[in-house]
Design a protein. Sequence first.
Length: 453
Amino acid sequence: MSGQTLTDRIAAAQYQLTGSDVARAVCKATTHEVMAPKKKHLEYLISATNETNVNIPQMADTLFERAMNASWVVVFKALVTTHHICIHGNERFIQYLASRTSLFNLSNFIDKTGSHGYDMSTFIRRYGRYLNEKAYAYRAMAFDFTRVKKGADGVMRTMAPDKLLKAMPALQTQVDTLLEFDVHPKDLNNGIINAAFMLLFKDLIKLFASYNDGIINLLEKYFKMKKSDCKESLEIYKKFLTRVTKISEFMKIAEQVGVDKNDIPDISYAPSSILESLETHMNSLEGKKGLKLTPSFCTMLQGSPTNNVSPTSTPAKTAGALPTLEPPPSEATPAAAASAEAATDSLLDLDPLSSSGPSGGASAAPTSWGGKGCSCTEEYFTYSISLSSLSTVAFGDLGDMLMPAMAPQAAGAASPVKPAGGDLDSTMANLAGSEFRFTFVRNFRVNSTATIQ
């Protein structure tokens, strides 16, 4: 009980007398101690969300009540606890948050009891906005972008164009709100904000996986869309390019505070030829003068991009080619058909138990974009990362919050089919030794025979 205030003990005793073990666990997780919520209290709350006789609204309402406290410590820990349950608890918890008419009202929160509380109040307001946006996105889409299945047959890769154009702005807004946390390494000076940062870091990796899947799906369907959808898709892609830059900056912060370089994906930027091709197609739909692709122009587009992988990056592995878009029957060739049939897709497969492909470097996957007289080729590069260790210097005061809760799986074991919500829901320490493969668009070529009218 060391470090707890008399108020903490009285609140816990009151809930114990009323027989509400869930509310008592919430109080225990959100004490005035300047440290991350204890693992035993978080695990109890997570397991409670899976019990049919547990009142989820009562759990959430108690967290919201604790978030109205005047102390920045209690409020921040209430937000961290809520976020932790959203990630690791049953999905009906975030379903209830999405159904509420009001969420965290912290836009004017400030703790003036000290300079430290004043500084932390800024991050509390930003963190509260992100958790609200997470619930809003679930309300709009009826699923959590961090929980959905990734890869070839994932939700974002198989989504219909009309729903995809609705999902991408919601996903972009959630990513933007997360990046607005905008923490500096010197601000990560206590266990509570460190815990919040690690939860945001986990969310960002999973959000970017869904984001990248959605962009690939959008590019696959771009040349078959009507003009209004093409225009919207082009704007989404332009915003994606700026988000990649900001995500890279966030990853650099993670590196500076103790996350190993090999544990962070080395993100390369897509070549400008992709944007040029999309804009040219958009201009053709708007009736502007078409661009005839001369051999010299195509040679420029086909220039090999610079490999931006740092020397310290983990060796790349071939993730396989993306599924191809079939060209019109009159234009299809036997070679293209064979290539399309052999193509496989494990883009951004973030399942740590899934088997990886054979070791290799960059793998080129021919992708034929049918329609509009344009045939394009994409080249993909795979990054392999291993989330193995965190610096105990920067995150030593996290306590046992992020310790493994299960034994590591045997190497090469077959990955069981996981329900939605089981994707990457282990803690960061559970990810030790697991390899994630990140595949990014590395080149986008337009063949010299293609003419855009």
